[in-house]
Write a protein that binds this ligand. Structure first.
Ligand code: CDP
Ligand code: MG
Length: 781
């Protein structure tokens, strides 16, 4: 009975302190600690600072863009009859007991909200119920949106397998730059919320769908929130459309109220139905199914979960990656059955942890006495598909799986067999300061709601344990109850552009689930104006605005691509933009930090990271796109291949929208990289920073050259208090002192520095040329 033994069985050691298992209910509390949790004390060694950009953020698919990338067809009645040979789902999952209830509610209500435990079958089973019940007949399709690409693709694969069809036939997926669909045949379509938003540009009422399932609504991603607002609008015009919103936590009330507001009351709807039924009974026309009750229905799926005992640290851990590895190894050494799931914040931490775990696995394998071998596995957004599958396969006999995962494993994906969860209690999230216009990624304490979800992952199979790598007091006092919706902590440029493209002119008055801060909206309008996307009347401009809306790119990158046409480097920018839009190109190998740096140095140029990436790509092409070559140079072959594919799609799109002539190759600047830097500047001038001074650290070892400090041009122009920027050590310009740069992303480090990633050296006069209204007199010295 693992539950009852635990407090004695887990005498885990953390930092030499015995770890007392504290029972969540009724257990004695560990002594109060003096640790300060809000400010991240878990310093990761300076050379291991997590780099941001790819990770989870790029797993999101929200970029404004066009219908063009979407598969043709999927609408119209000219479809072959359904094949009758499907196997349906997994009847043992909790949601299966609610099948009839769900189908009844969907039939009768415009909106149904399904609340349920993660792993109860909402994502994989509900679309199959609908399919089986005929919601995908007459050429209609069932859409299931996901905030993350990985979830969309893996879940689609799973459902195809359950139905016994090939992925991309009856069941398919669509994520940005990649899809598996058959026009006219795909009936259940998993897609990212960003892709569905883009489909709206082509088909504003989403007429090809009979049911749209908005999954993981509790995540409150920017695109999901925006989608919910738009779907509510669509519903008024399409009474036949059904919405299902699935949510793991207690967001249900908020969602219900949102969809309830402004609809016909339940009583009125019921009266209408009664009248219709009476008419039917009297031999009249039966009530059309397209006149559903507008009051949202809520169904709560009771899962089968087992109790999870939560343990806290007695004193804060100085480094949570090490603490997590240690916890996992200690659990393993208890020699009880069950797999382990570790929550960390990003790819680099995960790779670090997996490396350490592999060392332990080797060490333990050579010592006798343990019945199981450790099998460490990573799970994060940018992981190649084959490696992701390893996580979902059942653990081989004689092994114990230890999965180190990002937030993905919190609710989007369920891994079977987990009995122990180790939670670092942090998450990497976007934050935005509308005053400075600075959007950065920050490792912040996770919300209590998320921590509860994470702990829940341990109780799927049987009673489990969750080890939180913080003290109980810190947990109670420092963690927020729920996370702030992404809408309220993001740069809204992309969203406003997309709303404008959908014809929503007054974005201030849009029906928001949670309204974004007014300053952030104003800022977004200003930025779009500066990018010449909006004119004086805040309308999309013909040349830039409409063109940008047509590209599935973040507006800054889209603007750079458009600018490259006149600068004669479109060929290069297509490649660069594709490389920047997908996952990390560099694949850091464990223990090979130096080797990776050397590999990078081979391609590095003084122009910065963009041009360096182009050099890498050119050399890789020169090698015949060799996988072996990529591996030797610590490059992610999969990412490079996907970027090539994305590049071709972008080129096709630009041609289709008349942004490039169809009969000519896009102009190339050959080796003249200045025009590439100019194009980058044209999209990123908002992110311009000038070198200010060198900051010396009195404690630094001798020979330390100090840190070049930059300041944001835009921000200081406003004479507010300055933000200290420096170049992240993943950039090739790290330690150099270009007088003026533009960056792709900023990450906030532990010690208050804002670190720029994806840095390109530019000339101040370009900025004045590009945005004379913003940059009057940049003085780089
Ligand atoms: O959406 P929800 O969290 O309610 O559950 P789900 O994603 O539909 O998963 C239902 C079950 O299918 C879980 O027990 C998963 O472990 C399993 N599943 C799987 O084994 N492999 C996948 N790729 C997806 C789901
Ligand atoms: Mg799900």
């Amino acid at each position: 009975r693992p539950g009852s033994q635990a407090s004695t069985a887990f005498g885990l050691k953390f930092d030499g302190q015995p770890h007392r298992g504290t029972q969540r209910r009724g257990g004695d509390r560990p002594p109060a600690s003096t640790a300060h949790f809000g400010k991240r004390k878990h310093g990761i060694a300076a050379d291991k600072r997590p780099s941001s950009s790819s990770d989870d953020d790029k797993d999101r698919d929200f970029e404004p863009g066009p219908p063009g990338l979407l598969p043709d067809g999927l609408r119209g009645p000219d479809l072959p009859p359904m094949q009758p040979t499907y196997r349906f789902g997994d009847p043992s999952l909790p949601v299966s007991r609610y099948r009839r209830q769900i189908l009844y509610l969907v039939e009768n209500h415009a909106t149904t909200i399904i609340v349920g435990e993660t792993g109860s079958g909402k994502t994989t089973q509900v679309p199959q119920f609908l399919f089986e019940a005929g919601w995908a007949e007459n050429g209609f399709c069932i859409a299931v949106t996901q905030p993350r690409r990985v979830a969309a693709t893996t879940v689609a694969a799973r459902v195809a397998e359950e139905l016994g069809c090939d992925l991309g036939t009856t069941v398919g997926y669509a994520v940005r730059f990649d899809n598996a669909l058959t026009a006219g045949r795909t009936r259940i379509k998993y897609l990212t919320d960003g892709v569905l938003l883009r489909e709206m540009l082509d088909d504003p009422l989403l007429t090809s769908y009979s049911v749209i399932i908005v999954d993981e609504a509790h995540e409150r991603s920017l695109a999901t929130d925006m989608l919910l607002g738009l779907l509510k609008k669509i519903q008024r015009r399409r009474p036949d459309l059904r919405l299902i919103i699935s949510s793991a936590t207690l967001e249900a009330t908020k969602l219900k109220d949102f969809f309830d507001a402004g609809t016909v009351t339940a009583a009125a709807a019921a009266a209408k139905r009664r009248a219709a039924a009476a008419a039917a009974a009297a031999g009249g026309v039966p009530p059309p199914p397209s006149d559903p009750d507008r009051t949202p229905a809520v169904v709560t799926v009771e899962g089968r979960t087992h109790p999870v005992q939560v343990h806290y640290l007695e004193s804060p851990a100085p480094n949570y990656v090490h603490a997590a590895v240690e916890a996992a190894v200690n659990i393993h050494c208890e020699d009880l059955p069950g797999d382990i799931l570790i929550f960390l914040t990003g790819q680099e931490e995960i790779q670090g942890a997996v490396g350490l775990l592999e060392e332990h696995a080797r060490r333990l394998a050579s010592s006798r006495g343990y019945s199981l071998k450790l099998l460490p596995l990573p799970l994060y957004a940018g992981l190649p598909g084959a490696q992701q599958q390893m996580v979902f396969r059942s653990t081989p006999r004689g092994y114990r799986k230890v999965v180190a995962a990002t937030n993905i494993a919190e609710t989007s994906l369920t891994i079977e067999g987990i009995v122990y969860v180790v939670d670092c209690c942090f998450v990497k999230q976007r934050c935005y300061n509308p005053l400075s216009g600075l959007e950065s990624l920050l490792v912040a304490p996770v919300s209590k709601a998320s921590a509860a979800q994470r702990a829940g992952r341990a109780g799927r199979m049987r009673a489990g344990h969750c080890f939180r790598l913080c003290t109980e007091e810190d947990f109670t006092k420092q963690l927020p109850e729920v996370a702030v919706p992404e809408m309220q902590r993001s740069n809204l440029v992309g969203m406003v552009l997309q709303l404008k493209a959908l014809g929503i002119d007054n974005v201030m008055r849009f029906e928001w689930l949670a309204p974004p801060p007014a300053e952030a909206l104003v800022r977004a309008l200003e930025e779009l104006h500066a990018l010449k996307v909006l004119d004086e009347d805040a309308r999309l401009t013909r040349d830039v605005g409409l063109a940008l809306a047509a590209l599935p790119l973040e507006p800054g990158l889209g603007a750079a691509l458009l600018a490259s046409r006149d600068l004669g480097c479109c060929e290069e920018m297509l490649t660069l933009v594709a490389l920047l839009s997908l996952q990390q190109v560099w694949a850091p190998a464990q223990g090979a930090v130096r080797a990776l740096e050397e590999a990078k140095a081979k391609f590095a140029t003084a122009e910065g990271d963009g041009v360096t990436l182009l050099n890498v790509h050119r050399a890789w092409r020169g090698s015949g796109r060799s996988a072996a070559w990529a591996q030797r140079h610590f490059l992610n072959q999969h990412a490079l291949l996907r970027a090539d594919d994305a590049r071709d799609q972008l080129l096709g799109l630009m041609r289709r929208h008349g942004l490039l002539p169809a009969d000519k190759l896009p102009p190339s600047c050959e080796r003249d990289m200045e025009s590439v830097c100019r194009a980058v500047a044209a999209g990123r001038f908002m992110n311009a920073a000038v070198f200010e001074r060198i900051e010396y650290n009195p404690l630094a070892p001798e020979g330390d050259k100090g840190t070049p400090v930059f300041r944001l041009v835009r921000y200081t122009a406003q004479r507010t208090h300055p933000i200290k920027l420096r170049i992240h050590n993943s950039s090739v310009l790290w330690r150099s002192m270009p007088s003026c740069v533009v960056y792709n992303t900023v990450q906030q480090a532990d010690n208050g520095w804002y670190e720029m990633q994806g840095v390109t050296a530019v000339r101040p006069e370009w900025l004045i040329e590009l945005a004379p209204h913003m940059f009057h007199k940049p003085n780089p010295t």
